[in-house]
Design a protein. Structure first.
Length: 566
């Protein structure tokens, strides 16, 4: 009775191995074969209730057949037995190369996928064409070896091994094992020649695997909702060619400006500016979409991402409560709509950063800016926001304003003819130049959101904004107040500065919010939208300053510099 069993065995070789490494690999392969053969014999004995002769290690080392060739006999011991199997594999390979009846082919696994191993069968002399067992069909034992499978039949009691071979010396044995392993490499003689059309089809399948089946819709599932509005990695956006290439072009222009202007930085080459804008791109996009709470929903403040998530969750709750028959389809459509809205916000943030960087480059100039300083708080004191509701934003957290801010804003409304109010928050003045002790600075810094429609580039309408700043200049002259502003539209700033004859409007660079965490550092938040579009003002009342200087020496004012002030 003859029983064959299939034993999978895969060998993969990457790169070029040394002879020592090949010999070690041969030993590992031999141990695997030996263990599988023992396991097969035990399994056959249990399944078919056969009296299988379990040869101890000492006997196994001295007899056996591998690949149609005898296994050399060695003294007792596991290592010697493993060496015997390795040597037999080498013999099997050598015989397969020399005999023309070896038939290489490609092994095909489940689903028709080609395996990455060569398969060969060594047919013994006298065997039938389809009976490639590696030895004559002698009753009792038959054993064949391929690179993909090892077949073994049981050895029954009372039947001895059919072949034996005198032992060979160690160098010859090792060389056989090395030769066998080398034959399985990409350029070995046993490597099959595969159809190039099939190979290309397989490579294409690996490059573009078939799509996974859609995940079942589960209304209200929090994980699926988070996947619908995924957290974004700004560096992935920066890697898009339209972003990366645009910033690289700006970096080269910035290098050229600094190289050709007297006040330019000679160390600010293109790589410096590319790194500068890349870091600020990542921090700005992350901050404005996933950190700063700029959206309001049901009387609560949200980040842009959390805003979309909140809307999605509430809408799904409503659908679950209504329980329509097509709830899955409606949830799927809802999620598709919310995801599209989120991705539009992401794309807008990336595109508007390019606008911002272009304007920063346009602000490069050799003109010396005007210097405005916040005076000590005790000089004028502070008015609460409630003192002038028509002039100050009514924010319960507002720290108030200096009386000079009230005078200026009243004059601006008269000159411009439109309502605009001052806004303030705690610590605002600390981020600006000041006179005296930082803990006692007056409230001379404030913001203003203009009632002007926003253009496609994220800035306020240019003509109206230029008109607003001209009204501020007239109001400042009427109230004897010096002023400067941060507003990032270079076309507006350059036009206003030209008309008033003083550089009053600056670009607000990559600063950072209060108590910034590392991911918030270097972010832009002075426009264009969605980057907190607004105008920042610093003012200095000249009449109050003159009175202040009559009683205080300049030596005790470490931050005071009135150079170029009109």
């Amino acid at each position: 009775m003859r029983i064959d069993c299939g034993v999978p065995l895969t060998v993969r070789i990457t790169g070029t191995l040394t002879d020592d490494q090949l010999a070690a690999l041969g030993g590992t392969l031999a141990r695997a074969v030996r263990a599988r053969l023992h396991q097969a014999e035990r399994l056959l004995a249990e399944r078919y209730r056969l009296n299988v002769a379990e040869l101890p290690d000492d006997e196994l080392a001295g007899t056996g057949v591998m690949g149609g060739l005898p296994v050399p006999a060695f003294p007792s011991g596991t290592e010697r037995a493993e060496a015997a199997v390795a040597a037999a594999l080498g013999d099997a390979f050598a015989a397969a190369v020399e005999r023309p009846e070896v038939r290489p082919h490609v092994a095909v696994g489940p689903g028709g996928a080609a395996q990455d191993e060569a398969v060969f069968e060594a047919a013994a002399p006298g065997a039938q064409p389809d009976d490639a067992v590696g030895m004559p069909p002698t009753p009792g034992r038959g054993l064949r070896v391929t690179a993909a499978k090892v077949f073994s039949d049981a050895t029954f009691a009372g039947q001895d091994a059919a072949f034996a071979e005198p032992r060979v010396d160690a160098p010859e044995r090792d060389s056989r094992g090395v030769a066998f392993i080398k034959a399985l490499g990409p350029s070995g003689p046993l490597t099959p020649q595969r159809d190039p059309v099939i190979e290309e089809a397989l490579r294409e399948a690996r490059r573009n695997p078939p799509p996974k089946p859609p995940t079942p819709i589960v209304p209200g599932d929090r994980r699926q909702q988070r996947d619908t509005v995924p957290e974004i990695d700004p560096i992935d956006l920066w890697r898009q060619p339209r972003i990366r290439d645009a910033l690289q072009r700006l970096a080269e222009q910035a290098e050229e400006w600094h190289r050709t202007h007297r006040r330019g930085r000679r160390d600010a080459d293109a790589q410096y500016w590319a790194d500068y804008w890349r870091k600020r791109f990542a921090n700005s996009v992350n901050y404005i979409l996933q950190v700063r709470k700029t959206r309001s929903y049901r009387r609560q403040a949200y980040t842009v991402r959390d805003f979309h998530l909140a809307k999605l969750r509430d809408a799904e709750k409503d659908l679950i409560k209504a329980a329509p028959a097509d709830i899955d389809a409606r949830v799927e459509e809802l999620r598709r709509t919310i995801q599209q809205e989120w991705m539009r916000d992401v794309d807008q943030a990336a595109d508007r950063y390019l606008v911002l960087a272009e304007n920063e480059l346009a602000f490069f100039t050799e003109e010396r800016p005007i210097r405005i300083f916040g005076l000590p708080e005790w000089v004028e004191g502070t008015l609460p926001a409630t003192a002038f509701p028509a002039l100050f934003q009514q924010d319960p957290n507002s720290p108030g304003f200096s009386p000079s801010v009230a005078r200026l804003m009243a004059a601006v409304q008269r000159e411009w003819g439109r309502p605009v109010v001052a806004q303030n928050y705690r610590g605002h003045e600390r981020a600006n130049p000041f006179v005296g002790n930082v803990d006692h600075i007056g409230k001379y810094s404030f913001d203003a959101s203009l009632p002007i429609a926003i253009q496609n580039d994220g800035f306020y309408g240019r003509d109206e904004t230029v008109g607003f700043f001209q009204a501020v200049e007239r109001a400042a002259q009427a109230t004897d107040i010096e002023w400067m502003a941060f507003y990032n539209d270079a076309s507006v700033a350059n036009e206003v500065n030209r008309r008033v004859g003083v550089r009053r409007i600056y670009f607000s660079g990559g600063g950072q919010p209060r108590n910034a965490t590392p991911e918030q550092e270097g972010s832009f938040h002075h426009g264009p939208a969605p980057y907190i579009l607004h105008v920042h003002f610093n003012i200095m009342p000249k009449s109050v300053l003159r009175a202040f200087l009559r009683t205080h020496a300049v030596a005790i004012l470490p931050f005071l510099d009135l150079g170029d002030s009109p």
